[in-house]
Design a protein around this ligand. Sequence first.
Ligand code: ME8
Length: 638
Amino acid sequence: MAKRFYVTTPLYYVNDLPHIGHTYSTILADILARYYRMQGYETHFLTGTDEHGQKVQQAAEKAGISPEKHCDEYSQRFRSFWDELRLTYDDFIRTTEQRHVEVVQKILMDLYKKGDIYKDRYEGLYSVAEERFITQKEYEEGNFREVKEIHEENYFFRMSAYQRDLMTYIESHKEFIQPENRRNEILGFLQQPLNDLCISRPKNRLSWGIELPFDPNYVTYVWFDALINYISAIGYKTNETLFKKWWPAVHIIGKDILTTHCVYWPTMLMAAGVSLPKTIFAHGWWMSEGQKMSKSLGNFIDIQTIREHISRTGHDGFRYFLAKEGPLFGDSDFSKERFYQTYNTDLANDFGNLVNRILTLIEKYFDGKIPTPGKLSDTEKLLKQEGETLCKNAFSLLDRFELNRLVFELLTYIRSINRYLEQKAPWKLAKTNLEETGTILYAALASLQLAAQLFEPVLPEKMHQLLTMLHGSQELTRTLTWDALKPGTLIPKTKALFPRIDLTFLEETSNKKQVKPQPNTNQQNEQEAIKYIPLEDFKKVQLKTARVLSAENVEGTKNLLKLTVEVGPETHTLVAGIAKYYNPDELVGKTIVIVANLQPVTIRGIQSMGMLLAAQDKDTLRLVTIDGDLPKSGVIIQ
Ligand code: ME8
């Protein structure tokens, strides 16, 4: 089978400007595209803007300009920001483009003729803010804004007819919805009968949309229109060869648009007779300094803030943090302190110093030329092997979207090279044994260039710069082999790859601002309410017994332990801040209590699935364990 990879981002609404959330999805797709290109896949990376609907119409009215002009301006802001970030998208689609409109209308006509679209009278509630009809139950849950009652005739897509097929498909295709918690969420959602989907809006209420080809009094519902971009952009119904070349796609989305992508979209495709996407991967949410980003708190990490960070760390420093700490499986927090500390610790110290150390010694003892290695000792062979294993594992981690983990593994390798140098101390040896010093420096450099190749999709600029230097400014071929460097190559001198950032400015800004959010009345009410919680709330928490299979310290931390626990038939990894209180060995074999259904979080590149329970009083911490034996682990505690 041809090696092809088609990756998409959501199409962003043009009623907002790009912020870290949009940027994350797009950088994630960029990193994946680069990794697949690197493996020799022909790759197509699509992004763009979602331009129809009521919100856009209203925003244009408010600004006193035509919707077209509004869309042109906002769409361009997204596009030029992606260009500024040097993202390698192959196509940028706008839902107002003719190539898209044409395909939406063709699909609508096909489904209408087939009887999958029908007209009916709708009487019920409508959320203007969310642009969708809602049920009484949803209204009562109170998550929808600007709700009004609507009585009108509309067109409906017979979504319910595909519910059973969709469930069967999801159950038999594990890779279709990822990660697993999102897949379970959708399977849970599908336990209730699906309604048909209202896919039209009367023009007297909303005119900014794609006209229904069978009724000029209506426009298409914005979601039915926008989702189709993933196939209109690659020639569905207009260039079948191209379409066959790229489809099916890997869709990168955020958890907020899970239902539209995992229920609306696949049933639409089933109705149109098109195969389903390969994978829909829904990542979690970025928070900002511990809080949800919101207009009222004014804590959006927006274009200006991103630019400011990049002006200090470079593009790669920003990409690095997103890749290492981003909310792949759970949510993540963007805190300035953590961002700059991560840069300084991982990139300036570990990575930057490694490069600096090796190059300084090569300059001093080998006239800046890559030394010829002698016979490799077992230590060098081990280092080489570690690099080769990493090459093998890297791509399977990516196939499972474990980018956090991959970055962590790469950094661990950088640290191994540093440790190897510490151990061999070539700066001392050089005075007595230049031949062995040459071998050591060659081994360190060979390992470094392998790590640099594997890091390139995450850190494209710096790694390109480094690899070009190591290959003597020749355009190198990426081979992913350890001994790819030519002895004798002159390494040109350069400035520090990742200069250290002086963090005093952080203290200054935090002193100036002291942005401690005032608890609002809701929060106070919440605190008061916390005295008692309803039983239903407690029932949501799944407490289970777990048997500790192994425990180890998390590298580079003083207080974290990584535990592998058996929870019935499953094995979970937990990261817990208990290293000060327990040695890893004393934990093995214990039966502890964990919260088993907590949203996974990534800590130091490790995905932690659940939380253990412990009692802490000042400097003492003791784990909650089970009094006596139970025949198995994974027992529910109630
Ligand atoms: O929903 N953290 O567009 P949108 C992480 N037009 N990701 C975030 C985020 C956050 N705090 N905030 C936004 C739409 N995102 C529709 C999509 S697709 C055919 C139509 C990212 O502009 C995340 O990917 O509201 C989320 O799904 C997307 O931006 C929503 O972008």
